[in-house]
Design a protein around this ligand. Sequence first.
Ligand SMILES: [Zn+2]
Length: 386
Amino acid sequence: MRSLPGGANGTEGLRAQHLSQILTMVHRGGPLSRAELTRRSGFNRSTVGALVSALTGKNLVRETEPAVGGRVGRPSPIVQANPGVAVIAVNPDIDALTVGVVGLGGHVHARVRRETPGVPSLEDAVRLTGEIVAGLHPALAGLDRVLGAGIAVPGLVNADTGRVLVAPHLGWHDVDLTGPFGSALGLPAVAANDASLGSLAESIFGAALGVGDALYLNGSASGIGGGIVSGGAQLVGSRGYGGELGHTLVSPGGRACHCGRAGCLDAEVRLERLLGAAGLDGGGIEALERVLAGDPPEAVRAEADRQLDLLAVALTDFVNIFDPDLIVLGGFLGALVEWRGGRLADAVNTGSLAGRVTVRRAALGPELLLVGAAELAFRPLLAFPA
Ligand SMILES: [Zn+2]
């Protein structure tokens, strides 16, 4: 036994907590000067100096001298999270598998999207991930460390175990993801719902940065998922299954939904229907962006307007329930906002009782879910850098 309770272990515990605070600050908000870290942390200058030195010693942060300006006095060194400390991020969907290498600071070193001939089985997804990661060897070889893997799944994922209860569109039921992906990559793996991770990424690095009450909806090929930040905390429910905003009724008696009801947002507002209106069979969100950026044909305009109006029905309910300051839309919903966000915001603000919400497109674009999945994989390091 090295020490008695409350002795050195207590001090070490406190120091570990301080290291965690400083590393998290530069990871999420960096690069930051030592002076800014001192201001934000409330620690004194010498404590910040010692903590930064300890993190530099572990190669988790790097310090650089700032550009010399005209100011009097010695400028404060700039502290940056080391992007060479990275994780693998994986996002399986019904039409493609996307894999990324993401470094501290949210830096995406590489992103590979591989379309699949059909809906991938878990075995397909694991094998394809292994192949893509093997192909990323040159990018990985230049890194200092790869810590683990984070998986963003379009389905209900248990927050404690990472086990998928159901990913309906993928057809994955009651399966463990962390074991198979972890063994294929030789790394510890963690998993969570894709939209919750998108919401997390946007609130740390994107459009909802610093917003305490925000609502996030992600539209993927699989469907629509949500994330809710209320009073600065993410609402996930008792087991992590909360935020399934896609199964909100927007069209009573409408199209059948896989959840067993009819007229859910998830059944009515769909990427493949927009692509279909453009005569496309695949191509994902990027293909839709190209169609909308040009002069979209009448069939696409009509379908996009129909979907925007139904989206407004759901968002109006969410504004009445959660009273967010901001709604962030990612994936193909972001493409719809880019095309005609004014129509959506007007309908929501007219329809909701309080009516003063801002609707914005997710800022992280195609990297969104990868950055979110990476954040999950970085959690152990950020919590305990020592
Ligand atoms: Zn449904």
